[in-house]
Design a protein around this ligand. Structure first.
Ligand SMILES: Nc1ncnc2c1ncn2[C@@H]1O[C@H](COP(=O)(O)OP(=O)(O)OP(=O)(O)O)[C@@H](O)[C@H]1O
Length: 363
């Protein structure tokens, strides 16, 4: 770590043996970067390298081992990140099923110790899963969203999960007294977690829907949030009242581990009303609003990885979205097969990707 100045964000990224990529490096633009190349050139692999650096895992495969280039034994990505007036050195390595992270010359043992540095969102053909998957996907979105702006959240959520786990163990063992003993702790942590989640959603979703309304003027968009327990009642009272039923089931039925938020269009689930292209725009609006919120509230610059933007979007919506990305506060990384499909207005740094090699082309 040193105190050099400069614009916040990822200022340098180097990789070795990541998927299709030949070893190389880039010095990204603080605002907009475009990776252009033919199918299978390695554009997505490059986004994966950045994702691996930020989150210590791949965003495509659940098995990080697949990130390693065929025939090699380890994948390595390192980078320099400017944040809060400091330059940080981050390195992530995957070898023999193990991921090792180093930050400023020290080993990192918990993901949160390094992930705070690069608030990151991905916009690709999988991103619709934020709407179409079950509630766990949206809770993960919530947790990352709050984590980057509320430093106390991580500990509160951990505290809640610990109490929940212990109570569940007691419920499964049929130990009523022990289950009861964990309830005050569970309820206290739940209240703190829920308050931060609500504040976060209030800050992000109205803005997201405002952005989305420009693209989907015919749909009446709204959102709702469920805390995970009956509205207007104290969680400890609910836990006490449902203890018998939960002893029979063997797990806790109420609490922020059951939280959920949904976006609706004309009063019904957005996914059952909107076309796939419209869902993509809605998810893009949510991610743009989240990046705006992070930019305003977090000390670190958010990163947006946008893969295969043209898929399912017509020319005018694509142009709108690129304009919005350019105007936002995030450092953006876009892939493109044909450069002219991306109506980039202002300044951008272009990189040509071919057979796994990446070269800055300057436009
Ligand atoms: N672990 C790996 N080692 C070597 N090559 C790999 C590995 N994983 C994937 N590939 C190869 O990388 C190529 C895909 O690269 P990538 O997804 O980055 O391309 P892309 O430029 O994003 O293409 P498209 O425009 O088609 O999405 C494929 O040819 C695939 O076989």
């Amino acid at each position: 770590m040193d105190g050099s100045g400069g614009v916040d964000g990822l200022t340098h990224c180097r990789w070795q043996a990541v998927r299709h990529l030949v070893a190389g490096s880039i010095d990204p633009d603080p605002r907009l970067n475009i990776f252009q190349g033919a199918n299978a050139a390695g554009k997505t692999s490059l986004l994966e390298a950045i994702h691996f650096l930020a989150r210590s895992r791949s965003f495509i495969t659940h098995r990080t081992a697949r990130l390693i280039r065929s025939g090699e034994s380890e994948a390595l990505v390192s980078g320099r990140v400017q944040a809060g007036g400091q330059l940080h050195r981050l390195g992530v390595q995957h070898r023999s099923g193990e991921t090792r992270v180093r930050l400023n010359g020290r080993d990192v043992t918990a993901l949160s110790e390094s992930a705070w540095l690069l608030p990151l969102q991905v916009l690709n053909t999988e991103a619709q899963r934020l709407l179409t998957d079950g509630p766990a996907t949206r809770r993960a979105f919530l947790n990352w969203g709050v984590f980057h702006v509320e430093p106390a959240y991580r500990e509160e959520w951990r505290r809640y999960q610990r109490a929940l786990r212990q109570r569940n163990v007691a419920l499964r063992a049929g130990d009523r007294r022990l289950a009861q003993a964990w309830e005050p702790e569970m309820a206290a942590a739940a209240t703190a977690v829920d308050a931060r989640r609500q504040r976060f959603l209030q800050a992000v979703l109205p803005n997201a829907l405002e952005i989305a309304r420009q693209w989907l003027p015919d749909a009446t968009l709204d959102w709702r949030y469920r805390t995970g327990w009956r509205a207007g009642e104290a969680l400890d009272a609910i836990l006490a009242a449902s203890r018998d039923q939960e002893l029979a089931q063997g797990f806790s039925l109420h609490g922020p581990h059951r939280a959920e938020f949904r976006v609706t269009a004309d009063g019904v689930e957005a996914t059952s009303y909107l076309s796939r292209g419209q869902q993509k725009l809605l998810v893009a609006a949510i991610k743009v609003a989240l990046a705006d919120h992070w930019t305003a509230q977090a000390t670190q610059r958010p990163l947006l990885l946008v893969d295969d933007l043209p898929a399912e979007l017509d020319r005018s919506h694509r142009a709108d979205l690129v304009r919005r990305l350019e105007a936002g506060g995030a450092q953006v990384f876009l892939t493109a097969i044909e450069g002219d499909l991306l109506p980039v207005g202002g300044h951008a740094r272009w990189f040509h990707v071919e057979q796994g090699r990446v070269e800055a082309t300057g436009g």
